[in-house]
Design a binder for this molecule. Sequence first.
Ligand code: DHB
Ligand code: FE
Length: 278
Amino acid sequence: MAKVVGIMTTSHVPLIGKAIHLGLQQDPYWKPFFDGFPPIREWLEKVKPDVVLACYNDHGLNFFLDKQPTFAIGTAATYTSEDEGWGIPTMPEFPGAEDLSWHVRDSLVRDDFDMVTCQEMSVDHAFTIPMALLWPDQKWPVKVVPVCVNTVIFPLPSARRCYKLGEAIGRAIANFPEDTKILVIGTGGLSHQLEGERAGFINKEFDLQFMDSMVTDPQWATQFSDLDLVEQTGNEGVELLNWLVARGTIPGPVRVVHSNLHIPISNTAAATMLLEPV
Ligand code: DHB
Ligand code: FE
């Protein structure tokens, strides 16, 4: 049977990709952020997941103001990195876990989630940077399932709905008949706002409370509306919705394998957590 072996959540600031490209991991600006990852890579060596199911938001690559699904899932055989800038080289393509994608997609639709099914899909920094942080040699030892959440056009899916999507993904995984170890990742956040009068806004207190709630009270953030979340976390801080989808996939308690918060990376409170079911 398939099983969620862990949840890894992390910020996905594009500048991280440039720092990786330039080898700046030990630079004083970057070290406190990159130091969050060796313990996670040790865990990966031990647990060896077969598949990464990635919950993230597409930043205009597949979906923009013209077409914006609330929830979408990739069912492609491969995914290519086509991120938008910094002149960094593209990455090796990511092999899709096609059978699992279709299984999760079918199960979600039967569970009343109106997923947009994407048989062709490219991936941006919200997907590629977390993968490069997990496997710096970029020789992907896993197949992938991308799940996208609208964090761009308001109203957004509610935090409550995102958590429920995670629960439904968890049920789908539990019913997948093949022995498959799945690492669920949730990317984006935590607090940041990239434009407007509040550009540069960060709310460390809220971020710490949210990170704590991922362990002690995973539905805590479902009390907030999308606009409440903008107020508390900034316009782009709403990407924490992806963390909530990821957290919903483990129904019971979790333990913290590793956790890191460093402020700021670019405009963002950069946070990373690795959680394991208990
Ligand atoms: C930044 C953060 C993001 O989440 C993003 O998608 C783009 C930029 C930033 O802080 O620079
Ligand atoms: Fe983002």
